[in-house]
Design a protein around this ligand. Structure first.
Ligand code: SAM
Length: 244
């Protein structure tokens, strides 16, 4: 694995061209509404800031935004965009790197907590988020609910994009709580496999990590528009608050 992790030049070059809906202006506006509201007049810190999909529009609202990311390739895309130079980014691991000062909001969106592949690293991320927060500050995570209920008995794979020459599927290992997203592209007959390792994590385990880090859950929705989280929800947006 290169220094840029799984977000090297090849991924960074096409990240902003993804058509999954994550770049839709209406989706981004809703995310930014929530984050700006939680930030109030304070400073914000995005863990895994990437190419600035969320950080840049949040900064355009007048919110001070800082970021942490380990991928120079992703961050150089952010810096090349209008307003990108004004966002201060620290290159490093958001599980342990420190940024000077205190923040009213730290946030980690788009399943990026799963990029930390051990429980220790995910817990360290919560502790690091809390360490950056002023008393009463918020930590927000957006992440999928593990899709184990979709697993046929005895199987480990959940397909999520299947075509004639392209197959994408998640592989779950319930013994270790590890998973991977796998992409097989056979467009030119060479059937190349790309695999990214993750650690899936349940909402209740995240709540316990937050509690250990000195934060408590104040909101959990199934989406950024505030739709209530239920047993049917496939993902959640959760807000924990650091004790005042
Ligand atoms: C899925 S992208 C999300 C980028 C951006 N937050 C967004 O919503 O578009 C994940 C980002 O997190 C970064 N990342 C993954 N693991 C990281 C870690 N342990 N420390 C710092 N950055 C990390 C990757 O380099 C990548 O830029």
């Amino acid at each position: 694995m290169a220094d840029d992790g799984f977000f090297g030049e090849e991924v960074a070059a096409t990240y902003d061209a993804a058509t999954s809906g994550m770049h839709d202006q209406s989706v981004i506006d809703t995310v930014v509404d929530v984050l700006a509201g939680l930030a109030g007049d304070g400073r914000t810190l995005e863990f895994g800031v990437g190419t600035g999909r969320i950080a840049l529009p949040l900064a355009r609202r007048g919110v001070e935004v800082h970021g942490i990311d380990l991928s120079n390739a992703m961050v150089s895309r952010l810096r090349d965009k209008p307003g990108g130079a004004a966002i201060d980014v620290t290159i490093g691991d958001f599980a342990d790197v420190r940024v000077p000062g205190q923040f009213s909001l730290t946030y980690l969106v788009f399943n990026t907590i799963n990029n930390l592949t051990t429980q220790d690293a995910q817990l360290a991320c919560f502790v690091n988020a809390a360490a950056h927060l002023e008393p009463g500050g918020s930590f927000v995570i957006e992440v999928g609910v593990p899709a184990l209920r979709l697993l046929p008995p005895g199987q480990r794979a959940v397909p999520f994009d299947v075509g004639e020459k392209f197959w994408a599927y998640d592989l779950y290992d319930c013994a270790t709580q590890s998973m991977s997203s796998n992409y097989v592209d056979d467009d030119d007959g060479s059937a190349v496999l790309r695999s990214i390792p993750f650690r899936y994590v349940w909402p209740a385990e995240l709540d316990l990590m937050a509690r250990i880090a000195g934060m408590t859950l104040v909101d959990r929705w199934q989406d950024w528009d505030g739709t209530p989280f239920t047993h049917e929800s496939t993902r959640h947006v959760s807000v924990w608050r650091k004790s005042a």
